[in-house]
Design a protein around this ligand. Sequence first.
Ligand code: SAH
Length: 396
Amino acid sequence: MISEKSVFLKARKEESLLRKHPWVFSGAIKRLEGSPVTGDLVAVHANKGRLLGYGHYSHNTSIAVRMLSFEESSLDQDWWNSRIGQAVGIRRDLGLLVGEGQNICRLVHAEGDGLSGLIIDYYDRIAVVQTHSVGMHLELKRITVALNQALPELVGIYNKSAKVLRKSGADHDLDGFIHGNEPSDWSPKERGRSFIIDLEQGQKTGFFIDQRENRTLLSSLAKGRSVLNVFSYTGGFSVAALQGGATKACSLDSSSRALELAQAAVDQNAFLTGDHENIEADAMEYLKGGVADFDIVVLDPPAFAKSASARHQAIQGYKRINQRAIQSMKPGGLLFTFSCSQAVDDRLFTHTIIAAAIQSNRTVRIIHRLHQPADHPVSAFHPEGAYLKGLVLRID
Ligand code: SAH
């Protein structure tokens, strides 16, 4: 027995847990025992008492328990070392941790790595930890020990949880280094491209690692082309385009800070020869003027649907920006278009883009279907984890 605190489910509400789906919704709970409070580790039982596993409890959120284990186990330091060690080992096997021009990857992808509520990203010897639940936040010490054991090359661990935890009203610690510091020769790189990671003010953990392989695809198609990178953030796709020999890349974002870092990243990759230009603008407004000046356009907006209830409005948003781009593209142009909304699945996204294509009255071919990369795995028991979708369209 590792927890005196328990959650008992209503009759027949254990089925998804028996299939190892890691979320218990508040509506499935019949009663609590031992007065668990937000952040506690609880044992979860079926209605008749059968132990189903253990997870982090949260009062007042629709996901009431985020499961960590589906068996009788003590979630001690050894357990954390083993689970985080396995996640790190997978990335090491994939060659994403250390390599020529490659030291940025996701180390822990929440449910995809059996650690609901935990994201850890790796930027050249620095791990950035983002805890999405109070329970996970309270495990920071164990996470730190496990990371140091799994990654002897680690020089610093940065906690970047304040913003996501604020929503839970938790009394969280401030962001900052919880172990070590930034190495003086810190140089985060993805597939030969250097980037500037703003740990303090950057969005998410500082960078959108999930687009790595899609940026590499763009790089392979960019030679001699001009590229418009809409929703550029710190210039990920722009640097990739220039790496591939684009004559020009334009980064468009509403954040001046992100654009500053995009230009700095271009300058830092001294081997790049094409031109780079920043456009600080609202994407919706800019797209009204069309994109006929460019051979390739990237549309990688923030999640328009943050929940299922926002889905309908989100679809309208995706349709509108894509239609504006498709109808004004040069013949022979390529459109890289994405959605990172979990509530909009692959099928719905594809249908939305097809609807935009029909209304644009152009000849449109789907030439690539894109997803999140291997370091953002999807648990077979949690298909909701597949959040990033993209299409490359050729427009004539
Ligand atoms: N493509 C990027 C990640 C995009 S994140 C990469 O590869 O790293 C989404 C970006 O959209 C953020 O930088 C945010 O500042 C920007 N953004 C959000 N709303 C916007 C709007 N209405 N117009 C322009 N940019 C916007």
